[in-house]
Write a protein that binds this ligand. Structure first.
Ligand code: CDT
Length: 311
């Protein structure tokens, strides 16, 4: 039986500070409807899809940020997505800020199957930015203040005919992210991102080079682990001077971008992803069991910073 999943990367235009969850979910639902009309099996939404990217705001008391978090999933605001999924047999993946009953804060993404059952949950491991206000920045990126690092690792799930995993935004830049899922036979990695077009610290990188880094990391992760990767942006100006890159794309297991967003608005990027095309590289160049040399990989888990030899 062919294992072709028709996947829609649901890029979002900006979520403004005062946009309600209801207004934003209506946009997501509209994209789900378009995806269903185009016979898609699965819709991938972005990171913090339900709100503006609030880590650019500073609050002395971090509890002031709690209104940006979801305490339940589904909840009243997101139930229309779950209802549409079960009535129309379409899966989806959704990023949001999670506040647990124990009071813990995570940057989270879920995977929902065609019966609207949450089959997978991932909590962002690599939190970029900083924990304290920094004057030198053009804008703040306070993920380290408002979230704790994910505690679930990088699991994968067998669902909808394939082996699927998730990561979130900055995770896509780290080869370890993909490799841990690659070692579990992943065939599809879904991720959302909110990535400023400028880094806020000055420096020499341009929007073009930052877009290059965005695609390069997903293409490398896809090829080196022989997996599909779907990367979904929240794009455009969420606030004056705060521009997020677009470039949502679907990458095949050879590392090629096979579909790419053309706008910085709500836009579906659709491709028929044949999960069986993962097999060739998994059984040849990246037959991990045959070729990996773990006796030389110790530093990867034993140290974080680089230690160059003495001068
Ligand atoms: N959301 C997220 O992880 N964004 C980061 C930008 C960090 S800039 C301090 C990214 O890696 O795209």
């Amino acid at each position: 039986m062919p294992r072709v999943l028709r996947i829609a990367a649901a890029q979002q235009g900006p979520n403004l500070e005062n946009d309600s969850r209801q207004v934003i979910v209506a946009r997501l639902l509209e994209m789900m409807k378009q995806a269903k009309a185009d016979n898609c099996d699965l819709v991938v939404f972005t990171e913090t899809a339900l709100t503006t990217f609030f880590p650019r705001f500073y609050a002395d008391d971090r509890a002031e940020m709690d209104p940006w978090f979801e305490r339940d999933m589904p909840n009243d605001a997101t139930r229309p997505l779950f209802d549409f999924a079960s009535e129309n047999k379409i899966g989806f993946s959704l990023g949001y800020a999670e506040l647990t009953p124990e009071g813990r804060h995570f940057n989270t993404q879920i995977l929902v199957d065609k019966d609207a059952k949450i089959v997978g949950k991932y909590r962002k491991v690599h939190l970029p930015g900083h924990a304290e206000y920094e004057d030198r920045r053009a804008f703040q990126h306070l993920e380290k203040r408002y979230f704790e690092p994910g505690d679930l690792g990088f699991p994968v799930w067998r669902t909808m005919g394939g082996v699927m995993g998730m990561c979130i935004c900055n995770d896509r830049r780290w080869p370890e992210t993909y490799r841990v899922m690659g070692l579990q036979g992943v065939e599809l990695v879904m991720l959302g991102y909110n990535t400023p077009s400028l880094n806020g610290l000055g420096g020499t990188d341009t929007p073009e080079i930052r877009m290059h880094h965005n695609h390069l990391s997903m293409q490398a992760g896809a090829y080196q682990n022989a997996t599909w990767v779907v990367g979904v942006a929240k794009a455009g100006e969420e606030a004056p001077g705060y521009h997020l890159m677009g470039g949502s794309c679907i990458v095949d297991p050879d590392g090629r971008i096979v579909a790419r967003a053309e706008t910085e608005d709500d836009e579906l990027v659709i491709h028929d992803c044949d999960l069986d095309t993962c097999k060739f590289l998994k059984q040849s160049t990246f037959d991990f069991a045959a070729h990996r040399r773990t006796e030389h990989y110790g530093p990867i888990v034993e140290q974080t910073g680089a230690t160059p030899p003495p001068e």
